[in-house]
Design a protein around this ligand. Sequence first.
Ligand code: HPA
Length: 278
Amino acid sequence: MVTVLTIGMIKEAADFIRSKTNTTPKVGLILGSGLGVLADHLQDAVSIAYSEIPYFPVSTVEGHAGELMIGSLNGTPVVLMKGRFHMYEGYGPELTAFPVRVMKELGVSALLVTNAAGGINTSFNPGDLMLISDHINLTGTNPLIGPNDSALGVRFPDMSQAYSRRLRELARTTAKQQGISVQEGVYAGLLGPTYETPAEIRMLRTLGGDAVGMSTVSEVIVARHAGIEVLGISCISNMAAGILDQPLSHDEVMETTDRVREQFLNLVLAIIPDMANG
Ligand code: HPA
């Protein structure tokens, strides 16, 4: 079922958020499993529970807190989602991406999306950070299904540079300066909540996927529709199904994201100020 989210609803959610803070955020951040640590570094932070914000869904996954935070990171005003919405929770794609619409309304021009993902590319290792160069939307749906309001974006948005080359270069250069090696590759976005079968992982590799996960694609589609520049970073939290002779677990995902927390944090903190200057 498609929930039609109108401009009026977007403005209402944004007005509510504005009533809680005087900060006008320039950069939006959506932090995936175990990567919410960035929130601890916000200065002058205002935190708003998702449950308070008009039309916001509430996230239900372990390891995903449900708060929107506004403040400044390294001198840059940001809005940060601590925890995101996934389609496997039962939300339609348009709802999982609703916060991106609200971010745009608040003034955001660049978005950082992060996630935990399984490594399909066998040259990757758990703990690697991967700059997302592109995605394959395998969710079988799209957040832009339904009537298009041209005030929000065009009917048929271009996706040929979904992930900004400028921001990827910025991230690569910054990582190099910090002595962090980063991978780069294609994120295959699936619905979940099951992890994939080994046969599905072989299929995804054939299709050109380097990493696989259950988020991000709907948020990025809506961001591009809204003209927001996107940087995506996956933390390779495990090798995808069938690569190693061991079962996958959410605990492994959380353990790995914990382990790379510092690296991830340093990289993102250094990039944010330049993200705002698009
Ligand atoms: N598959 C799908 N989603 C994931 C994985 C995976 O292996 N690891 C973390 N998120």
